[in-house]
Design a binder for this molecule. Structure first.
Ligand code: ATP
Ligand code: PRP
Ligand code: MG
Length: 217
């Protein structure tokens, strides 16, 4: 492990965009735009800091294995990953949304979740859904999807979905209603546990800058 070099794992889109101001607080500017560049390793103004662009769900995996020293990932993604090998020092308070249960308008959810009932639930968030319904004593058949969850109840694939909701406009556009909020979601800084020890001198000022910027927002 080269102790001077730092690799930060980010996903394209909202996580990248919301992390840019946090990096600025640490004096770091990413010098190429991931939306237009095909490069997966992006340089910054600091020759010792590079950003890798990975899928949102892959951020914890890269950091866990030390292929990235640190990264930014949603609580939703971290709960599914399990957090093994990751130190999670800061809630960055970015990419805020909530994890909710939604059904087709008119579906009698209250009646469908009485203890002993069986509900078909489509979701990308299998572990979160499993725990939520287990805590209610509701039996579920979980159907794993990778996106477009909102479609599932419309075409009879499931009775309900578990997905992230922000403005609610995606649910509304698809004639779905939110029937239960499971938890609030925001994105966290995750750090590889070995890197935290071996690269503390390089990492510490960046973590402090992130914490300062997060506390201000
Ligand atoms: P992929 O596109 O690779 O399937 P993804 O859809 O999870 O991944 P993003 O949409 O960039 O990737 O979401 C990244 C994180 O942002 C999520 O893990 C979640 O915590 C949060 N998030 C997702 N949707 C919203 C939203 N509509 N508003 C605010 N935050 C959101
Ligand atoms: C996310 C999520 C919901 C939507 C919720 O999708 O999967 O579909 O946001 O946000 P809203 O309540 O404000 O409508 P995203 O925009 O990330 O698109 P994706 O399908 O490419 O992940
Ligand atoms: Mg998304």
């Amino acid at each position: 492990m080269e102790t001077n070099q730092l690799i930060l794992a980010l996903s394209k889109g909202r996580i990248f965009e919301d992390t840019v101001p946090l990096l600025a607080e640490a004096g770091i500017t990413v010098t190429e735009n991931p939306e237009t560049s095909r490069k997966l390793i992006l340089p910054t103004n600091d020759p010792n800091v590079r950003v890798i662009i990975v899928r949102a769900t892959d951020v914890p995996t890269y950091v866990q294995h030390g292929a990235a020293d640190f990264g930014v990932a949603g609580k939703d993604v971290l709960l599914e990953h399990g957090g093994e090998g990751l130190y999670q020092p800061i809630d960055l308070e970015i990419a805020k949304c909530r994890m909710s249960v939604a059904v087709k308008a008119g579906f009698d959810y209250a009646n469908a979740v009485h203890p002993g009932a069986r509900l078909r639930v489509a979701t990308k968030f299998i572990e979160t859904a499993r725990q939520h319904f287990a805590s209610k004593g509701v039996h579920v058949d979980l159907i794993k999807l990778y996106g477009s969850m909102e479609l599932a109840p419309l075409v009879g694939l499931s009775d309900a979905i578990v997905d992230v909701v922000s403005t609610g406009s995606t649910l509304r556009a698809n004639n779905l209603v939110e029937v239960e909020e499971i938890m609030e979601i925001s994105s966290r800084l995750v750090v590889n546990q070995a890197a935290l020890k071996l690269k503390r001198e390089r990492l510490q000022p960046i973590l402090e800058a992130f914490a300062r910027a997060a506390n201000r927002s």
